[in-house]
Design a protein around this ligand. Sequence first.
Ligand code: ADP
Ligand code: MG
Length: 228
Amino acid sequence: MTICETQNLRRYYGHGEEAVKAVDGVSFSITQGSFTAITGPSGSGKSTLLHLLGGLDRPTEGKVLFRGKDLYANREDALSILRRRQFGFVFQSYNLVRELTGYENMVLPLMLDKRKPDDAYLNRLIDILGIRERLDHLPGAMSGGQQQRFAIARALANKPEILFADEPTGNLDGQAGRLVVDLLRELNRELGVTLVLVTHDLGVAEQAERILHLTDGKIVRDSGEAAK
Ligand code: ADP
Ligand code: MG
């Protein structure tokens, strides 16, 4: 089943001759529960595409469908609720609140949304991510890899349907980066959360079931097309 689809999606910055065509006519669909990597050189439009998929931007042209509905037909307030409840985001920077413990950071989105934590689910997240020993620590007392694991826990705390990750290993050394990717893949398998991961690192992209290669805002190769 398709969870997310783009139709002739474009995002241009500026107008006319000088316009930067960050995303330039992209059409594909993502299967629920799958793990897709979007890769390509710096400036190829990966982040712009991910932001469009995640409801963080507005297309210049074309559509993003989420569960068959036009994502950007939503008004900004409805879009922000949809983002908060159905989508999770992980970025290169961990953006944990320095004054809060690991656990408090993890449940912060639930608190802000006035929702009760599902303790059984949160415990499962904590175990998969291996962060139980750090729950009471402040971010400043954690390694980069540990902080990113808490950022992933925070992104998944509200049981989103899709997890969007933009260069989640960008600030980590090789070993910590590999662990984070392994954990993302395990979360995708164990929880069934759809995973869309942007990376310029082909070694990271190769952990996915499907790789979309972007160049100059266009899909130049889709490993999923060959598999069909
Ligand atoms: P990637 O994530 O693959 O490095 P981006 O999606 O960040 O690529 O950028 C794609 C292109 O769009 C680049 O040429 C970049 O300079 C341009 N771009 C991205 N964001 C903006 C912006 N806010 N204003 C103008 N140009 C932008
Ligand atoms: Mg980027």
